[in-house]
Design a protein around this ligand. Sequence first.
Ligand code: CP
Ligand code: NVA
Length: 318
Amino acid sequence: MRLDEKRDLLSIDDLEDSFSDIMEWALTFKSDTNSHLDFQPLAGMAIGSIYEKPSTRTRVSFEVGISKLGGQPLTLSKNDIQLGSSESVSDTAAVLSRYLDCITYRCFGHDTVMELAEHATVPVINALSDLHHPCQAAADLMTIISRRKPSQGHIAWVGDGNNVLHDLMLAAAMTGYDLVYATPDGMGPDSLVLERALSLSKKNGSSITGTSDPKIAVKDAGVIYTDVFISMGEEHIEGKSKLFDGFQVNDELAALARPDYIFMHCLPAHRGDEVTDSVIDSENSVVFDQAENRMWAQISILTFLCNHQAWQTYRDLI
Ligand code: CP
Ligand code: NVA
């Protein structure tokens, strides 16, 4: 396949045609330490990242990953640039496209990253919006694929029906993993995203089901995944955290999963709220491998989008 037009990554199903290959590429490259120094597909390229919200993992994994690939990372806080009140999203997209070879963008409303992508002539990667977090899902599936087969228990989501769940559902559906999500009544996933995920899971022979009972979701699970109850930008929603009584992932709940279950969290974790120390620090927890995989998954994605020929050449060696 050649990329004749620029491709954006706004939600993980934008990569549907190549997702499994992107995962395999990332896992192979991560372990192929001999190739790391010689592989410079972003040499001569500059990749800019705009942040409207704070970030530790996304920012550092992109900066380091871009540098490893020979590219120049450029991180821009929204407060440092004219985007917003002084300059439109479309003008910002047009201008940045004259300097940069790819733009990553962490924003509030998903419409904003869609607008940036529409007006940019270079690939745009969503680095988290209120609706989607595709780079997280790529790292999540990379972590799951390396440790569990779809037959070794389903993925159980316990928590809010949020951006992380949305792309996890889509990614699980694209790779044939069953997923059961437990969300409080009225806090379920976005209906249109759910519809897309259900259609993908049907195509790939897996299932997605919802419940408001965390115990049902976790029973015999191979993976337990949770995230903060209050996402960035939701701090003003009064009383939201009260809806999550009974949704903490603790030893009692985790005991319902398979004994060899893995615990996952996109991080940052609010220890004592959605998860106890005893679970996140247990032998079942893979949260720091998962965080590391952000970088390897993004290395595969950046190469795929920005230098497809180099991605393909390495792919052919696998
Ligand atoms: N998981 C994640 O996106 O972390 P950051 O907010 O630190 O980037
Ligand atoms: N759902 C969280 C994820 C943080 C990585 C948020 O949007 O704040």
